[in-house]
Design a protein around this ligand. Structure first.
Ligand code: PBG
Length: 323
């Protein structure tokens, strides 16, 4: 008790580094990369200032740049030239993701290449699954396509596949499909607790994955629920997930904390597009110090329990950490 205990004693700059409980490292970061089959030059995403889609022939340059900053992993999203009802171009050996993965693994082989595994960028209606007669998103027929897509990613050389569609049983289906094709060593990073969030708004422009009708609330989680996240993660762990993810990150720090405490699993958090755009917008207005807020936001996500963070600030943060 005061005056014996003085919390301020250790707050001097001399002691702060010694008693700091959480630190950020470049090795905690995963950088999202949007590869667009339809462009020849990088294309800035207007709702995500400073973030670009890259053409296929620049995917390798982008991966090299990420590697040179010391970031150990990237996660790929594809924008295909053609979309159809069932997302056929998600799983062809010569489709956008498969080509990008092959090129990156050939030239930047030490980079961990994660592939986002979902149909929404490849379906004409923009939903994460196959559509039934009454515009409902059909769960079980989607699983076969996810399995096929996972195998095509692994065949192209993907190091980790990351299913993000929130279909029931997706991790189990993908695990069996991979195992049957001799990819039993390919880990699955499951978007296990993915909320139906308005914070994904800018991503829909980034990945051209806006939906033609309805929303994603019949498959993504209700933002009011926390116990349900535990049940979602429990199922994915039982089905064989190697890494589990909570998404978005900052509005769901309590979920990250609970999930890490409960399962002790390698845990990823996704600082999503809306979290990026908010900080960018406020910084542009001069209302926030961008660098400090980026650092603090990522540190808080790690402190909550994340082992790794997918963030559009990965390159900026890596540069800052290197300074
Ligand atoms: C695809 C997917 C989405 C995001 C990652 N994978 C969009 C969605 O579910 O609507 C969002 C990422 C972001 O907002 O940064 N299923």
């Amino acid at each position: 008790m005061f005056p014996t205990t003085r919390m301020r004693r250790l707050r001097s700059s001399k002691f702060r580094p010694l008693v700091r409980e959480t630190t950020l490292d470049v090795k905690d970061l995963i950088c999202p990369v949007f590869v667009d089959e339809t462009i020849d030059e990088p294309l800035e995403i207007s709702s995500m200032p400073g973030y670009y889609r890259v053409p296929l022939n620049m995917a390798v340059d982008e991966a090299e740049c990420i590697r040179d900053l010391g970031i150990p992993a990237l996660i790929l999203f594809g924008i295909p030239a053609e979309k159809d009802e069932t997302g056929t171009h998600a799983y062809g050996d010569d489709d956008v993701i498969q080509k990008a993965v092959r090129a990156i693994k050939k030239d930047v082989s030490d980079m961990v290449v994660i592939t986002d595994l979902c149909l929404c960028e490849y379906t004409s209606h923009g939903h994460c699954g196959v559509i039934g007669d009454n515009q409902e998103i059909l769960n079980d027929p989607t699983l076969d396509l996810l399995g096929k897509t996972a195998v095509s990613h692994a065949r192209a050389g993907a190091d980790i596949v990351a299913p993000s569609g929130m279909m029931d049983g997706m991790v189990g289906a993908i695990r069996s499909a991979l195992d049957e094709s001799n990819f039993s060593e390919t880990p699955i990073m499951s978007y296990a607790a993915k909320y139906s969030s308005a914070f994904y708004g800018p991503f829909r422009e980034a990945a051209d994955s806006g939906f033609a009708f309805g929303d994603r609330s019949t498959y993504q989680m209700d933002p009011g629920n926390s116990d349900e996240a535990i049940r979602e993660v429990e199922l994915d762990v039982a089905e064989g997930a190697d890494i589990i993810m909570v998404k978005p990150a900052m509005p769901y720090l309590d979920i990250i904390y609970r999930v890490k405490e409960t399962f002790l699993m390698p845990t990823a958090a996704y600082q999503v597009s809306g979290e990026y755009s908010m900080i960018k917008a406020a910084a542009k207005m001069g209302w926030l110090d961008e660098q400090k807020v980026v650092y603090e936001s990522l540190l808080s996500i790690k402190r909550a329990g994340a082992d790794m963070i997918i963030t559009y600030f990965a390159k900026d943060m890596a540069k800052m950490l290197g300074e």
